[in-house]
Design a protein around this ligand. Structure first.
Ligand code: PMP
Length: 379
């Protein structure tokens, strides 16, 4: 099969060392050998999550970790806050609905972020709210939420703060403990540079207090069971053995680079993506006050078929970016800078954007985008 450069916001590129590790012979999970990997993975995740809390590893995609948060924390009839500023904020509302949790939904214009004050007003008015569900990087719009400010507000209440960091983890800074985040949900196939198949969830003591009272049905995602087994460096069910072993490899790569360096690296890539888009006369979808460093959302120019543009990049040139979702279908395209995406990948992506835009009749000065990226990246 032809190589395809994945510049989509998940799944993302997998480093060679991680692939190699996935090819190792399978081992049994109830062995000291696997326990060593599991211990290393759980400890390594704590560093990326910036927490001392347990981080549980489950065999699921990111939505599984999100479902675990809702069904473990709450009971039918409980109240929560969700923020709908994109596809993944909507997912929190849908999960609340599925578990009969009454969500106060804050509607936010797509491309902008929720104001922490909006959350405070609802919490002040209703002391019965038990959980606040937000999204670090709203992948569908490229918006980053101010988790630190929201954490300051929620910590003063009995409610817990739950953050979907499925795409933002390891890319946009998220200090779970310092910022008073009770639950962080994430997954393997974005910043952590693995194939899809693992969900992660960190849980604070405050969240465990609520979990003790929860009456919602749960079985596979029961976090009390996860805690009981994790305390013995074990898992309740058969873990995704090969992925957990590969996870230790990707954590090693991230550790070697350092978290602070990673954040700076992705900030630089994001800046280069934005500057090159603007150099081509394109406009950015996301409000400048709240742009995530994980994904850049770019408006498709007038007269260009957005669906065909993304499809041509993928099928003719082997470069996969994402189009827009829901109401943004055909209107934006999204380029990711997360995981092991590097300077050369980004430049290749921008060169492909130029090639296909030219073919489709968009008028711009050739190479201007690539040059802007090179200047921003100093390569
Ligand atoms: N939340 C965010 C912010 C995401 O980007 C995604 C995946 N695009 C999800 C949740 C859902 O994750 P998954 O598809 O792994 O279930």
């Amino acid at each position: 099969m032809k190589d395809n450069l994945l510049l989509s916001p998940g799944p993302t590129k997998v480093p060679r060392e991680v692939y190699d590790s996935l090819g190792s012979p399978i081992i049994h999970h109830r062995t000291p050998q696997f326990q060593n990997y599991l211990k290393e993975a759980m400890e390594g995740l704590k560093e990326i999550f910036q927490t001392k809390n347990d981080v549980f590893i489950m065999a699921s995609s990111g939505t599984g970790a999100m479902e675990a948060a809702v069904c473990n924390l709450l009971s039918p009839g409980d109240k929560a806050i969700t923020v709908e500023g994109g596809k993944f904020g909507e997912r929190w509302t849908e999960l609340c609905k599925a578990y009969q949790v009454e969500a106060s939904v804050i509607q936010v214009t797509w491309g902008t972020a929720v104001q922490p004050q909006q959350i405070k007003e609802i919490l002040d008015a209703d002391k019965d709210i038990k959980a606040v569900f937000v999204t670090l990087c709203e992948t569908s719009t490229g918006v980053k939420t101010d988790i630190q400010a929201i954490g300051e507000i929620v910590k003063q209440t009995n409610a817990v703060l739950v953050v979907d960091a499925v795409s933002g983890l390891g890319v946009d800074d998220l200090q779970a403990d310092n910022w008073h985040v009770d639950i962080v949900c994430s997954a393997s196939h974005k910043g952590l540079m693995l194939p899809p198949g693992l969900g992660f969830i960190s849980v604070s003591p405050k969240a465990f207090g609520l979990i003790e009272q929860s009456k919602n049905p749960k079985y596979y995602f029961d976090l009390k069971k996860a805690k009981k087994t994790a305390d013995k460096t074990d898992t309740p069910f058969t873990p995704a053995i090969a992925l957990v072993i590969a996870l230790t490899k990707s954590l090693e790569i991230i550790k070697k680079r350092g978290l602070e360096n990673s954040f700076n690296h992705f900030a630089k890539l994001a800046q280069a993506a934005r500057e090159s888009a603007e150099a081509l006369g394109l406009t950015l979808f996301t409000d400048p006050s709240c742009r995530s460093n994980a994904v850049t959302a770019i408006n498709v120019p007038e007269g260009i078929d957005g669906g065909k543009f993304v499809k041509t990049m993928r099928d003719t040139y082997g470069v996969t970016m994402a189009g827009g979702q829901a109401s943004l279908k055909g209107k934006i395209f999204r380029i990711a800078h997360m995981g092991c995406i590097n300077e050369q990948d980004l430049i290749a992506g921008i060169s492909c954007i130029e090639t296909v835009l030219k073919e489709m009749g968009y008028d711009f000065e050739a190479d201007k985008g690539v040059k802007a990226a090179q200047v921003a990246l100093q390569v």
